[in-house]
Write a protein that binds this ligand. Structure first.
Ligand code: ADE
Ligand code: ZN
Length: 343
C-alpha cells in the first residue's frame, strides 16, 4: 500500500512520532539488497530476481519463514553489509516518523559464516551514529538469542557480548517457539539479569498461553514479543492487563505466518479494549509485506481501527519502550506537540 492509498487514520499516523519495539534487523533485509550482497559474496541463492525472491515469501508457519530468513541473513559477511542493512532500516524510520526503535540483533545467526560480533556492531554503530546526528534518531539494540540452539551456546554468546554490554538495552529470545519453551532458558535469563539487561522474549506467537506465563515467571521478562495467544486464557489476560505487561504485536507477521487466516480474525483490539498495553510493530518487514505504517494501514482497512485506538497503540509503545523515564516524557511531549497541530 502506498501512502496515498492509506486511509485517513493511517495518514494521520504517518506524521505522528511513533516507536517500533519489535524489529529483527535481519528481517528488514529487502530483496534488492539481498541479491546485491549475495552477488558481492558469491553466495548462491535459489532466486535470481526481486520477483523470484518475493514469490518465495509464501509461508505456511513460523518454521517455513525461518528457513528463508536464515538463508537470507547468510549473505551478510562484512562490516559494510551490516552498515547498509542498518542504514536501510533507519531510513524507513526517518520516512515513517518512527522516532524511537528497538532492534533485535541476533549474533548467533552470523557465526556459521565466521562473522564475529565486533564486525556486526562496527557496521551497525556507523549507521546509527549517522542517523542520530542527521535527524536525531533514537535507537535501542536488543541482544536476541536463538532458542533452537542449546542454552549453553546462548550463554556463551551472552558472555562474548560482555565487552559490548553498553550497546544493548535488553535481551530477547527468538526463532522456533513450539519445541523450545521458556523453561529451557532460565540460566540464560538469570545471567542476563545479573548483567543488568532489561528482559523480553517471544512468547505466545505459535506457542501456547502457558509460554507467556512461563516467560514472566521463569525468565522474569517485563515485556512479551507477540503474546497474541493470551486471548485463549482469561486469567492470563486479566493478569497482563492488571500488570500492564506490554505485548509487541505484529499484525502482518501474524497473518503471513498463519497465526490468523486473515487480518479480520486478528484479536488485537480485544486485547487493547481489555486494557492490555498493546503496541504495534512490523517484526520482519521485508518478508511480511510492510513496515510499521503498513501494519497500521491493515488494522484500519480490515479492522476499522479508530483514531482513539491508533493513538492508544502509539502511547503504549512509548510506555513499553526500554527507555529512561525522562526520554519517555520527551517522546510524549513530541506527541502532544503533533496532536496540537494535527488534532
Ligand atoms: N525471528 C524473526 N522473526 C521471528 C518471529 N516472528 N518469531 C520468532 N522468531 C523470529
Ligand atoms: Zn519477532
Amino acid at each position: 500500500m502506498t501512502e496515498q492509498h492509506f486511509g485517513p487514520v493511517t495518514q494521520w499516523l504517518s506524521g505522528m512520532p511513533k516507536a517500533e519495539l519489535h524489529l529483527h534487523i535481519d528481517g528488514s533485509l529487502r530483496a534488492p539488497r539481498l541479491l546485491q550482497l549475495a552477488a558481492k559474496h558469491s553466495v548462491s541463492l535459489p532466486y535470481s530476481s526481486v520477483a523470484e525472491v518475493e514469490a518465495a515469501y509464501d509461508f505456511s508457519d513460523l518454521q517455513s519463514f525461518l528457513d528463508l530468513y536464515y538463508l537470507g541473513a547468510s549473505v551478510l559477511r562484512d562490516q559494510e553489509d551490516f552498515y547498509l542493512l542498518m542504514k536501510d532500516y533507519l531510513e524507513v524510520c526517518r520516512v515513517q516518523n518512527i522516532v524511537h526503535c528497538e532492534i533485535m540483533v541476533e549474533p548467533q545467526t552470523y557465526l556459521p559464516q565466521g562473522v564475529e560480533l565486533a564486525v556486526v556492531l562496527e557496521g551497525f554503530d556507523r549507521a546509527i551514529a549517522e542517523a542520530k546526528s542527521d535527524w536525531g534518531q533514537s535507537v535501542g539494540l536488543i541482544l536476541s538469542f536463538l532458542r533452537h540452539l542449546p542454552e549453553a551456546d546462548c550463554i556463551a554468546m551472552l558472555k562474548a557480548a560482555d565487552p559490548y554490554r553498553e550497546h544493548f538495552c535488553a535481551i530477547g529470545l527468538a526463532s522456533a517457539e513450539r519445541d523450545f519453551p521458556p523453561a529451557n532458558f532460565q540460566a540464560l535469563y538469570r545471567e542476563a539479569a545479573e548483567r543488568g539487561y532489561a528482559l523480553t522474549a517471544h512468547a505466545g506467537e505459535e506457542g501456547p498461553p502457558s509460554f507467556i506465563r512461563d516467560a514472566q515467571q521463569l525468565l522474569s521478562v517485563t515485556r512479551i514479543d507477540h503474546g497474541v495467544r493470551a486471548v485463549e486464557d482469561e486469567d492470563l489476560l486479566n493478569q497482563l492487563a492488571a500488570d500492564r505487561v506490554p505485548l509487541t504485536v505484529c499484525p502482518l507477521s501474524n497473518v503471513r505466518l498463519c497465526v490468523y487466516e486473515n487480518m479480520s480474525e486478528h484479536r488485537i483490539f480485544d486485547l487493547l479494549d481489555r486494557g492490555l498495553c498493546v503496541t504495534v510493530s512490523s517484526d520482519d518487514p521485508a518478508y511480511f509485506g510492510g513496515d510499521l505504517l503498513e501494519n497500521f494501514a491493515a488494522l484500519e482497512s480490515d479492522l476499522a481501527m479508530t483514531k482513539d485506538q491508533a493513538l492508544l497503540l502509539v502511547r503504549n509503545s512509548f510506555e513499553a519502550a526500554f527507555l529512561p523515564i525522562a526520554e519517555k516524557i520527551a517522546l510524549d511531549d513530541r506527541l502532544q506537540d503533533y496532536l496540537a497541530r494535527n488534532p
